[in-house]
Design a binder for this molecule. Structure first.
Ligand code: ZN
Length: 263
């Protein structure tokens, strides 16, 4: 990934999307916002206990960098599902947002945004059909199949060909730090025929789960070929990203956004 600095604010871009016309995207860090500790400082999560005015100011900063009014943001109420919704420019954001963990659009100028602190952000772009998508995958969403569900929704709604879709799998808790219990490993083994490939132990400690690999293979299984994995762990890089696990739940959420350019 490429790190972009904008005064004190920093965000990351995937190499496979950064140079393409027609799409704007970013995985924002925790740097460059107005929130106070433990939400310092670019927190976009409105349900974590932060001052709502600070959250709104942070969201406006992100929209300003993307180059759209904050009202163009479309988001979901993230519930660890495999549900995907379609966002439209002429349908304003509802509050509370609709429950879903994938969101897609073919409308330029609509900024899709979701919130993260260890779960996996995934960005989707079909340059041929001009469709973008965004998904949120923790272990539950990964088992539910939110990655392939987002690809399938792009195919069903907008006739995308999976081979045209470019995917970025962003920073999240990495295999280095994601120790999970037996209830998780049992479900991973039940869901994925090659589930053992995603579970391993580090120095004899408990089982670690590789969400990056699981999501990558799951998306490849529905025909996507162009996938970039950031390989950045939010626990190891907790000064750069919010990490639910590293900060024992008292923390903010960083934003991931994607938008089609043009009118
Ligand atoms: Zn790590």
């Amino acid at each position: 990934m490429f790190r972009v600095r904008h005064n004190d604010l920093a965000y990351y871009q995937f190499d496979n999307l950064r140079y393409l016309d027609g799409v704007t995207h970013g995985i924002f860090t925790r740097r460059g916002g107005v929130s106070q500790a433990p939400f310092d400082s670019l927190n976009v999560g409105s349900t974590v206990g932060d001052n709502p005015e600070h959250v709104e100011a942070n969201r406006q900063r992100i929209a300003a960098i993307v180059g759209v009014p904050v009202e163009n943001t479309r988001t979901t109420w993230q519930v660890h599902s495999a549900r995907v919704i379609v966002a439209r420019r002429d349908v304003p954001q509802e509050y509370p947002p609709e429950q879903a963990d994938g969101i897609i659009t073919a409308d330029p100028g609509v900024m899709l945004m979701m919130r993260f602190a260890d779960c996996v952000p995934m960005i989707f772009f079909d340059p041929r059909k001009r469709v973008v998508g965004l998904a949120h995958a923790g272990w539950r969403g990964t088992i539910a199949g939110i990655g392939p569900a987002t690809v399938n929704a792009m195919v069903a709604e907008f006739r995308c060909n999976p081979q045209d879709i470019i995917v970025g799998i962003g920073p999240s808790i990495g295999p280095c730090c994601y120790e999970v219990g037996p209830e998780v490993t049992a479900q991973v083994r039940e869901t994925f025929i090659d589930g053992d490939n995603y579970i391993f132990s580090v120095n004899g400690s408990g089982a670690h789960l590789d969400l990056w690999k699981a999501n990558q293979y799951d998306i490849q299984a529905v025909g996507v070929r162009k996938i970039e994995v950031a390989g950045l762990c939010t626990v190891c890089h907790r000064h750069e990203f919010f990490s639910h696990r590293a900060e024992a739940g008292r923390t903010g959420r960083f934003g991931a956004v994607v938008m089609l350019n043009g009118d």
